[in-house]
Design a protein around this ligand. Structure first.
Ligand SMILES: [Zn+2]
Ligand SMILES: [Zn+2]
Length: 913
């Protein structure tokens, strides 16, 4: 045996392998895409994590999927660009820093705008990009030279450009309407940022006395505190119950003022009492009614959610002194008490309803009349929807189609102003003197019209107003950069379905509007990472798994493998945070197995391996033709799976090839040939002439090297580190070669062999069935048996004869006869194609003892069958027991009868009396 060129450590140690390899990839610049490359580009823009984020398992899954796709396409020869970056995350980041400031006993208002924003920048500089460093640890091959931040200087110019263009196109307007307001964050929120949560609350039925003293009208509400802002009671004009009251007035309890009863078609007919209270300043529907009927719109709650009028908003003493300053929920209790005391609370019913919560701080959102900036969305949505229906881009899984279309069809205008300090300040300027208002790309010093002093809008833009430009602002838009020309539009977007509307839909709209093309051809919405109780992993539930803990324990490849193999297309991934060892065992075990297979194969291979191209494949032994054919099938299937985002199937196909076909069968089959060939393929110094003489490399080594090389390539996108490490050590590899940029395998028609695909399984089956018979008849492991086969067809005969030595060796035989007479004691098995296998057991096992054992088993089985028979003929049992219990018992009886038949056959074949 030649000395191996190197020693692979017996145990795979990811911590030893992964960090230096990542550094090597970085140093070689293989992650960096070139705009001047002649290769066809393949572009993924990363959903930018929040600048303050720490990697969680959901993002781990998201980024691993992107990395698999980018590595796959990079190996397929595309100019692969995976653009990373972070989001300044307006509310989220501001909240984090506000909490820090609160620890010093201060608020942002104590610091003032400028100083507070400086604090946020300091915090971002200090802690930002943590998550990008973590992505490196799990192997993400992003183009770090193009890392972007949604608040960096160039990006800010893009945001401002987009705003000004929309303004000039009159797609941005000031809206006076009821929006979602977070009393904790003190800002407006978009519809998407105010998340609906099903809540058990109460429905309060309140009596509003008629002003003329003739009775009362009952209204129902879930938020009784808002009654202080009621300016009408409405009923559907066609509801007969309402007709006698239209035009009358009711006296608003607690406040004591009179409000009209009006007819409005938006009121749902025949629901409840038919009457609803109208609070235009604190309910979006009521606001619409208020506009139609020109009602007053008093605000009776302050921005922080306490009761009270805003100065100058004309609520006119609606909030009684005892309620003023009370938190809205405390006020609710008190108002209910007051109504009860006045006999105006008719009843309180438990009520399930959706309550909106702030997506950043979970506070219950308050609908509130406010002035905000809006984007007109319908003109932006129309081309997207039309092109989606034409198939210009796809969203998978397809089941999202209806949701997406429905949202786009009924799109609502987008509230983009936030009463925050951290973010892109809205570039709208107003002249103090002449009130002229415009949006500007640069900060003006004076009014364009009259030269008077100007003021900038104090609000900032919704974070998503910057990230919706991500697919092109990151490439330098609005400048016509080479990157923009080369890498827009991109190809695949991989994201969680939660941000389909926040982000994906809006990116599509901005892409069509500003770039006239969809930013990607394919949107892949992957599943959610959940615990074993199917709860989404979250910090607040404490059921998360830190991906970096997993890397520390088992390595990045183990993490990646487990995530990829556990996630079928768009389906959730279930992980057990309580048992990391079991959860990540598949990945860890696979890495170890691959390492061990690699160690063995690499030790067997000579220094130089003949390329397959020069071989006459048809002349190879069956095992070789079979494994080469299986390799072609694996290439085809893995490639198709990765193309169709069925990453788990691709990974599993490679797993089966390397483990169940290559290691379990081919390597075992060729071991003797490898040993016999040892020494070939090396250069020997001729003793006489002292010249080097090439010894031809053996065929088995060539096949083995090709197969292992192939599967390492196929597995690289999923488990990049261990595959790169092993691939580097294949014979003939030059030190500068890297698997990460090696070519993806192409299936070769000449190596596909349908005949071998059918024949070799007969060899496998023969060996397996003899092994099974050995186990069943308890043949000691060292005993070599005589066996005989009776092939059913010429093809079977050819196959078994061709691999006769393999069968003899792997089934532990002393002899394998064809068509021989089968005399004496023995056992036989029938293969799937009808070929027959017989093993002689005479003298190999203690027949008498085996007969006694088998008879004993038969007796026991007979007793069980008899007891079960009695039970099943008992009408009492059959009639009373649940049907599935009876069915189970009948199934059991059938199985036992089969076992009994098998035992009887065995006893007969051994000649037991
Ligand atoms: Zn909030
Ligand atoms: Zn002016």
């Amino acid at each position: 045996m030649p000395q191996p060129k190197f020693e692979l450590s017996p145990q795979y140690d990811p911590h030893h392998v992964e960090p230096p390899l990542y550094r090597r990839w970085l140093d070689r610049g293989v992650f960096t895409a070139r705009a001047d490359s002649s290769r066809e580009p393949y572009v993924i823009v990363m959903p930018p994590p929040n600048i303050t984020a720490i990697l969680h398992t959901g993002q781990g899954l998201n980024n691993v999927i992107q990395d698999v796709l980018i590595r796959f396409e990079r190996m397929r020869g595309r100019e692969a660009l995976w653009l990373p970056g972070t989001d300044h995350a307006g509310i989220a980041t501001q909240n984090v820093v506000e909490r820090l400031v609160a620890k010093e006993g201060k608020t942002r208002f104590d610091l003032g705008r400028e100083q507070f924003v400086e604090r946020v920048w300091a915090f971002v500089r200090e802690t930002g990009n943590t998550i990008l460093e973590q992505l490196k640890v799990i192997g993400c091959s992003c183009d770090w030279s193009r890392t972007r931040f949604t608040l960096d200087e160039a990006y800010s110019r893009a945001v401002r450009e987009a705003f000004v263009r929309l303004w000039d196109e009159k797609l941005i307007y000031r809206g006076h309407r009821v929006i979602h307001w977070c009393p904790h964050c003190l800002t407006a929120l978009s519809d998407e940022e105010a998340e609906s949560v099903e809540t058990s609350g109460n429905l309060y039925h309140i009596r509003y006395p008629l002003a003329d003293g003739t009775g009362f009208i009952t209204v129902a509400t879930t938020r009784p505190e808002t009654m202080l802002g009621d300016t009408a009671v409405a009923v559907h004009p066609d509801d007969p119950r309402g007709r006698p009251y239209l035009g009358k007035k009711v006296r608003l309890p607690i406040v004591g003022i009179e409000i009209p009863v009006i007819g409005d078609e938006s009121v749902i007919r025949d629901f409840g009492t038919g009457f609803v209270k109208v609070t235009p300043a604190h309910d979006a529907n009521d606001f619409e009614i208020g506009v139609r009927h020109k009602l007053d719109m008093p605000l009776i709650m302050r921005e922080d959610g306490t009761m009270g009028e805003e100065p100058g908003k004309g609520a006119g003493g609606r909030v009684p002194a005892p309620l003023r300053g009370l938190d809205r929920f405390e006020a609710r209790k008190q108002i209910v008490q007051m109504l009860k005391a006045q006999g105006l609370l008719e009843k309180v019913e438990p009520h399930q309803h959706a309550v909106r919560h702030c997506y950043r701080c979970d506070t219950v959102v308050e609908p509130r009349l406010s002035d905000q900036w809006f984007v007109k969305m319908q003109p932006l949505a129309e081309p997207v929807l039309a092109d989606y229906r034409r198939g210009a881009f796809r969203i998978i899984p397809e089941r999202w189609r209806a949701t997406f279309e429905n949202w786009m069809e009924h799109i609502r205008d987008w509230n983009i102003s936030r009463q925050l300090w951290w973010g892109h300040r809205i570039p709208v300027f107003t002249c103090v003197k002449c009130k002229h208002q415009w949006a500007d790309r640069t900060d003006p010093t004076s009014c364009l019209k009259c030269g008077g002093p100007v003021e900038q809008d104090p609000d900032v833009l919704d974070t998503w107003f910057s990230s919706w430009l991500w697919p092109f602002a990151t490439f330098g838009w609005p400048e016509a950069t080479p990157d923009l020309a080369r890498f827009y539009p991109g190809h695949t977007l991989v994201t969680a379905p939660e941000i389909l509307f926040f982000w994906v839909a809006r990116m599509l709209m901005s892409g069509y509007h500003f770039m006239h093309a969809p930013p990607f051809a394919m949107v892949y919405l992957h599943g959610t990472v959940r615990d074993t109780l199917h709860r989404k992993m979250s910090k607040s539930l404490g059921n998360g798994i830190d991906p970096l803990d997993v890397v520390r324990l088992y390595g990045a490849d183990a993490l990646r493998w487990t995530l990829v193999a556990g996630s079928s297309l768009g389906a959730d991934v279930i992980l057990d945070p309580g048992d990391l060892d079991t959860t990540f065992a598949p990945g860890r075990n696979f890495a170890n197995k691959l390492w061990n297979i690699g160690r063995f194969i690499l030790a067997q291979l000579p220094e130089r391996v003949q390329p397959l191209a020069g071989l006459d494949v048809t002349a190879l032994p069956l095992a070789d033709r079979w494994i080469l054919s299986r390799a072609q099938a694996t290439i085809r299937e893995a490639t198709t799976s990765f193309e169709q985002f069925r990453l788990d199937e691709g990974a599993k196909r490679c797993f089966d090839f390397v483990w169940k076909e290559l290691a379990d069968w081919y390597v075992e089959a060729v071991k003797p040939r490898l040993a016999a060939d040892a020494g070939a393929g090396t250069s020997l110094r001729d003793k006489k002439t002292q010249s080097l003489r090439e010894v031809p490399a053996p065929v088995s080594a060539a096949v083995l090297a090709y197969c292992f090389d192939t599967v390492l390539r196929l597995l690289h996108p999923v488990v990049p580190f261990i595959t790169e490490e092993l691939w580097q050590k294949l014979p003939g590899r030059r030190p500068e070669e890297l698997l990460i940029v090696a070519a993806w395998p192409e299936p070769q028609a000449a190596l596909a062999n349908p005949e071998a695909d059918q024949q070799f399984p007969l060899v496998q089956e023969t060996i397996s069935s003899i092994r099974m018979l050995r186990a069943e008849y308890r043949v000691p492991p060292k005993v070599r048996l005589q066996a005989a086969v009776r092939p059913k067809s010429d093809r079977a005969r050819q196959a078994l004869a061709g691999e006769r030595d393999t069968i003899v060796r792997l089934a532990q035989l002393s002899e394998l006869a064809f068509d021989g007479a089968r005399a004496g004691v023995g056992a036989h098995a029938v293969l799937a194609d009808g070929s027959d296998v017989f093993v002689a057991l005479e003298g190999e096992i203690d027949v008498q003892q085996e007969c006694r054992r088998l008879s004993g088993e038969l007796t026991r089985l007979d007793q069980q069958l008899s007891a079960l028979g009695t039970k099943l003929t008992n009408q009492n049992f059959v009639a009373r027991a649940p049907a599935e219990v009876v069915a189970r018992e009948r199934e059991k009886e059938r199985a036992w009868r089969d076992q009994r038949q098998a035992l009887a056959d065995k006893l007969k074949s051994l000649g037991c009396s």
